[in-house]
Design a protein around this ligand. Structure first.
Ligand code: KG4
Ligand code: ZN
Length: 340
């Protein structure tokens, strides 16, 4: 077993640490979610997020080392999320990772958060082999990406406005649900009938692989305002909205697979935890004859394990950064170097 790489995630409102060793896999991971703290404000407050990362990061690392029985001197390298994300939050992970690497004389690498999501399915016991199409649906992104090899990504489609997770969060807020809205809306939708309201499947009846979800929340708001506002109606609206998003994503996934001539789809990002999306995709995959991989639920949303994994792959290929504390709050996936 090679020496483990420490992964540090702090790009938004989750503090994550993990240890990953090539040839062995994930040795352990710890996660702290700030969601309860931000709930009072209805969304992430960047300055509060940064301060909380400062409070939580080192205690989490200590707990992880205790749990795995490892010492700092056992580490072989350190990886941290360098972007994209909130600048202050990213700086906490970057500064901590660089300070540890400098004091332990270890190689260090800033990792792309979205590459972490894309490759999170490789943490599975039976990981999907590239080439595949990845659907990356998180709070900040809705991307279709062709993964030719690890490190070589071609952007096929993007959102023109709201990300899928953002659409869930904003719609949940309109329906009076607590933050974070995605899981709350999904729970409410379980009791609803998705055929009661017919919301549009945006951009599906024209060619292309881009998404647009911002119009859906207006449709939801109008439906809710014009309704009898009963609890069952609210659940029906939630289910109908969820079905509109899930079906739109599925239509574009099929189109992306056809465009690339591929038969393997990987779903990543927080919205990948959505049960209706999983069900609809699975059913379509069985009908169409393609394979779909979902990461474990814990690795759909932000976590340190995916950062440790990407760090281990890239450090093993000889990639590493200097001692500068370097972050990239905006960072395109296609700018990444290949993993040799
Ligand atoms: O990947 P992630 O943890 O963070 C980002 O990098 O954005 O994704 C968070 C997003 C949020 O918008 C959240 O509402 C959404 O994923 N989400 C869900 C579900 N669980 C998380 N959306 C729909 N259904 C879910 N079960
Ligand atoms: Zn994320």
């Amino acid at each position: 077993m090679s020496r483990p790489v420490l992964g540090v995630e702090s790009s938004c409102d989750e503090t994550g640490v993990a240890l990953y060793a090539s040839g062995h896999g994930l040795l352990g991971h710890r996660l702290y979610s700030q969601a309860d703290m931000h709930a009072a404000y209805g969304g992430v407050v960047p300055e509060l997020a940064s301060r909380d990362h400062i409070r939580k990061l080192l205690p989490l690392l200590k707990a992880l080392l205790d749990e795995t029985g490892l010492k700092l001197r056992d580490l072989g390298g350190i990886a941290y999320t360098a972007g994209p994300g909130l600048a202050g939050a990213l700086l906490v992970g970057a500064a901590t990772a660089q300070a540890l690497a400098w004091s332990l004389d270890l190689p260090v690498l800033g990792v792309h958060h979205l590459e972490g999501h894309l490759l999170a399915p490789l943490l599975d016991a039976q990981p999907p082999e590239p080439p595949f199409v990845a659907l990356l649906v998180s709070g900040g992104h809705t991307l279709l990406v062709e993964v030719t090899t690890i490190g070589r990504y071609r952007l096929l489609g993007d959102t023109l406005d709201d990300a899928a997770g953002e659409a869930f969060d904003k719609t949940a807020m309109l329906l009076g649900l607590p933050y974070p809205g995605g899981p709350a809306l999904a729970k409410l939708a379980e009791d609803g009938d998705s055929n009661v309201f017919r919301f549009t499947r945006p951009l599906c009846n024209r060619p292309g692989l881009d998404f647009s979800f911002s119009g859906l929340k207006t449709q939801v708001l109008l439906a809710w305002q014009r309704s009898d506002r009963r609890a069952t109606t609210r659940a029906d609206i939630a289910a109908s909205f969820e079905a509109a998003v899930a079906e739109t994503l599925v239509i574009k996934c099929r189109r992306a697979l056809a465009t690339c001539g591929l038969q393997r789809l990987v779903v990543a990002g927080g919205v990948g935890a959505n049960a209706r999306l999983r069900r609809t995709l699975q059913r379509t995959a069985e009908k169409d004859g393609f394979r779909v991989h979902f990461p474990r639920l814990a690795f759909c949303t932000d976590n340190g394990a995916m950062i440790a994994l990407v760090g281990a792959l890239r450090l093993a290929a000889g990639q590493q950064d200097g001692t500068m504390i370097h972050i990239r709050p905006r960072w395109g996936l296609e700018d990444l170097p290949e993993v040799a």
